[in-house]
Structure formats: C-alpha cells, structure tokens
Design a protein around this ligand. Structure first.
Ligand SMILES: NC(=O)c1ccc[n+]([C@@H]2O[C@H](COP(=O)([O-])OP(=O)(O)OC[C@H]3O[C@@H](n4cnc5c(N)ncnc54)[C@H](O)[C@@H]3O)[C@@H](O)[C@H]2O)c1
Length: 260
C-alpha cells in the first residue's frame, strides 16, 4: 500500500509538525482528515493541502483533551470517508516547566489528557476499522524525552514515555491483524514551540536562551536543530507499506543524533 488515495487522519494538523506531516501526505495524493483546536490555522492548512495535491481534505475543529470531541472527529471521518488507513497521533502539549514539587496536579492531568489519553482513544476508535480489513498503520508522536529524562518537565517526559508504552503494547496486539504501530521521537524542533520550550527553560534556570541552545546542541552529533519536514518524512516512511512493511513496535529518534 503506497499512501496515494489512502485515508490519513492527522491530529493537531493545523500548524507545526502536524501541518508538515499533512503536507508530506498531500504531496503523495493522500485523502486527509485534519483536526486541530485552532479553527483559523486548520482551515488555512486544509486549503493549502488541496493546492499541494491531496485527493480530498476534510477538516474538523476539536479539543484533544475532550473524549467527546475525539469521538466526533472519528464519526465525521467515517461519515465522509467510510474508513481509515493511517492514523497519525501527532497532537501533544508541552505541559509545565517547573521542578517536580511545584507542578500542579491540574497541569499533570491536562498534559496526560491530550498526550496520553488522546493518543490511546484515537487508537481505540480507529483500530476496529483496520482490524476488519487486516491492514493499517498507526504512527504516534513521542519525543527524545520519551527515551531520556527531561529535567523540570516531569509530566511531559512521563507522557511521552507512555506513548512508547502504548506503541509497543498495541503493536503486539494488532500485529496479527497486519497493522504496523510505531512512534517517532523528535529532539528540539526548529519551530515556534521548540523555541518557546527553550525560553521557558531559560527563565526557570535564570540563564539565556542561547545558553540553553548551546547546551542542547552539545549533546547533538550534528550540532543543529531538527527541521519539521524531517519528522514528517519519517512519519510518511512508517505509513507506507512499500517503504516499511516489516517495521512495527519501534520508536525512531529524529534528533540530529541527540544523546547517542
Ligand atoms: N516542537 C518540538 O520541539 C517537539 C519535540 C519533540 C516532540 N514534539 C511533539 O511533536 C508534536 C507536535 O509538536 P509541534 O511542535 O508541532 O507543537 P505545536 O505546539 O506547534 O502544536 C501543533 C498543533 O497542535 C494544536 N493543539 C494544541 N493543543 C490542542 C488540543 N488540545 N486539541 C487539538 N489540537 C491542539 C495546535 O493548535 C497546533 O496547531 C507534539 O506531540 C509534540 O509533543 C515536539
């Protein structure tokens, strides 16, 4: 199965990495189901995807922290397309930057609602359609902090470790149905959010953003940050049977060689 004409659901696809992923699939002629909290960026991206070559595009505004919204997105996708071939669980919030004893329970819950429960619920809703036809791809967004500790970001690191746990477990369950389940682990991305994260870290530690950046790059083999498009290409690779038929249950750093 190449991704041309495939029905691809991408969460958090109005902007950032999700938009880059949507662009990669659009260029291959996929049919897209886009969803995001922000209706303005979502509608702008939906229009762009048609121009880029997507065979069809449906865009629905939702909040990934609300279970009823996730059900609504899946119901609209089935109403419009009748099926799903590829699920890309991209959406994830950064959560608070603070030492563990200062983190509020509501911030922990908010991070887990989007990053963990949202990922789980999308898989739960989409898996039956893939199981029925014995074909499907699920790619979720973890992070290098799903593989390593991340000081002052306990909820986020724990959430991204949970995404790896979900990926491995679901890969075991769905392998018998010919469904590949993988996740991608980006390091700090060259986008607005990647910069915002470093700003928060700098404020927390009372140092400059450049000091944080240099410290990070010191642990990256390639001494540069990761462009969003490189993450998108990895997601595309893991969604295309002609490229990654035998890969499942795995987590892939796209990290310029962070922490090797
Ligand atoms: N940016 C980085 O440095 C980085 C690094 C590693 C992993 N990641 C992961 O990659 C994924 C995408 O990151 P990004 O940098 O594109 O993030 P981003 O903050 O730019 O957000 C992407 C999109 O998610 C949407 N969104 C936010 N909260 C939402 C909600 N509750 N419901 C629905 N949509 C919502 C936003 O409106 C936005 O369009 C996330 O899972 C993130 O944890 C990012």
């Amino acid at each position: 199965m190449s991704v041309k004409g495939k029905i691809v659901l991408i969460t958090g696809s109005g902007d950032g990495i999700g938009r880059a992923i949507a662009s990669a699939f659009a260029a291959e002629g996929a049919r897209l189901m886009l969803c995001d909290l922000n209706p303005d960026t979502l509608n702008r991206t939906a229009k762009e995807m048609k121009e880029l070559g997507a065979e069809d595009v449906l865009a629905v505004q939702y909040n990934a922290s609300k279970p009823e919204d996730i059900d609504m997105v899946c119901a609209k996708m089935i109403e419009h397309y009748g099926d799903v071939d590829v699920l890309v669980n991209n959406v994830g919030i950064a959560g608070p930057t603070a030492p563990v004893h200062e983190i509020k329970l509501e911030d922990w819950d908010a991070t887990f609602a989007v990053d963990v429960r949202g990922t789980f619920q999308m898989i739960k809703n989409c898996a039956p359609y893939m199981m029925k036809k014995k074909e499907g791809k699920i790619v979720s967004m973890s992070s290098m902090s799903g593989l390593h500790s991340l000081v002052n970001r306990t909820p986020y690191a724990a959430a991204k470790m949970a995404v790896i746990g979900i990926t491995r477990t679901v890969a075991m369950e769905l392998g018998a149905y010919n469904i590949n389940v993988n996740c991608v682990c980006p390091a700090n991305i060259q986008n607005e959010r990647g910069t915002l994260i470093m700003q928060r870290q700098a404020e927390q530690e009372g140092v400059t953003v450049d000091e944080i950046l240099q410290r990070k790059l010191g642990t990256y083999c390639l001494k540069r940050r990761v462009p969003m498009e490189d993450v998108a290409q990895m997601v595309l690779f893991l969604s295309d049977d002609e490229r990654s038929h035998s890969i499942t249950g795995a987590d892939f750093p796209v990290s310029c060689g962070a922490y090797v």
